[in-house]
Design a protein around this ligand. Structure first.
Ligand code: BTN
Length: 327
């Protein structure tokens, strides 16, 4: 049944009208079964128009990134996907899958996380069904010394995926927040397992606010969603269809041509060249963010000279103002 629905989506993929008889023939089922499957797809958020005497036309993909939907979006040449209605953290699930041998690009997604993980030990909250929660298994071929750039590369890939899907590419805030109109729309948490100075596997955990039409009071001033910032009418599946290949492409670029990836990242970053405040394990530092070094650390030039920081939360200070702004 699930395979049938996936095949229907694949047949309707290009937006052309396909007759019920043709769908039934290709599936080897009756037209009544086709009608039932179409009804089920509609219940899953997919919009399929029934054109009188001609057949069916796909107007809008289902929202939830279920395996059969992703398979149809990727034309059967994509990546293994596990979709969980609810889980503690998709990163935890993807790390377990990686240990079992999941291939690079294998992705765990969920409708809701009960213990979503954020950077620096924080939690990541999501309203059920509204955010894209994705954890992608990576098997990067990178020396340990270059690993600091890996989460940055993932952030760039995620920003490009949003750009390709929604028509506007978010800016990046070091290390890897995605910003639209100065507000956070997504974040990245990279977790990895090392073995004798080699990466055994890594998981790129990416959360993007997609469908929210309002945000909780505590983040309403600092966060946004694709729907709020851009009026993005689509769903999470279409974004995931871009996200996985774009993240893998950015990781390949880091492996094969790090200066090119780093140049593209710097061009997308709003932090560099700005006066910033960094709150990190060492406390608070103020100064001008001048670069990101070979280890992926933010270099700040302040009263104590140039210092490089591997972790911390950055706020960009508005020109001429004392208070840090929202981003
Ligand atoms: C951040 O703090 O900005 C990073 C947030 C990363 C959240 C994503 S949601 C999917 C994946 N699973 C997790 O538990 N965390 C990441």
């Amino acid at each position: 049944m699930v395979a049938d629905r996936g095949l229907i989506l694949r047949l309707l993929h290009g937006g052309q009208i396909v007759s019920g008889a043709e769908i039934a023939r290709r599936l080897g089922v009756s037209r009544v079964m086709v009608h039932k499957d179409i009804r089920q797809l509609s219940a899953e958020g997919c919009r399929i128009e029934a054109v009188p005497r001609r057949g069916y036309r796909l107007l809008c993909w289902p929202d939830a990134p279920r395996p059969e939907v992703m398979d149809a979006l990727w034309g059967g040449r994509g990546f293994p996907v596990r979709f969980l209605p609810e889980t503690t953290s998709t990163n935890a699930a993807a790390l377990s899958w990686a240990i079992e041998g999941a291939v690079e690009g294998a992705t765990v997604t969920a409708d809701h996380q009960t213990a979503g993980r954020g950077r620096r030990g924080r939690s990541w909250q999501d309203p059920p069904g509204e955010s894209l929660l994705a954890s992608i298994v990576l098997r990067p071929r990178l020396p340990v010394a270059s690993l600091g750039w890996l989460p940055l590369a993932v952030g760039l890939g995620a920003a490009r995926a949003v750009g390709a899907t929604c028509g506007r590419t978010p800016e990046l805030k070091w290390p890897n927040d995605l910003l639209l109109r100065g507000r956070k729309v997504g974040g990245v948490l990279l977790e990895l397992a090392l073995e004798e100075q080699e990466v055994r596997h890594a998981v790129a955990g990416i959360g993007v606010n997609v469908r929210q039409t309002a945000l909780g009071a505590e983040i309403a001033d600092s966060a946004t969603s694709l729907r709020l910032a851009l009026g993005y009418p689509g769903g999470r599946a279409e974004l995931l269809a871009e996200l996985v290949p774009q993240v893998l492409r950015a990781v390949r670029e880091l492996e094969d041509d790090a200066p090119s990836l780093q140049g593209a990242w710097r061009a997308a970053c709003t932090t560099l060249g700005r006066d910033v405040r960094l709150l990190g394990p060492q406390g608070e530092v103020h100064g001008r963010a001048v670069d990101v070094d070979a280890l992926g650390r933010l270099v700040i030039e302040g009263p104590a000279g140039r210092q490089a920081f591997a972790a911390g939360d950055v706020s960009v200070r508005p020109a001429g103002g004392d208070a840090p702004d929202l981003a």
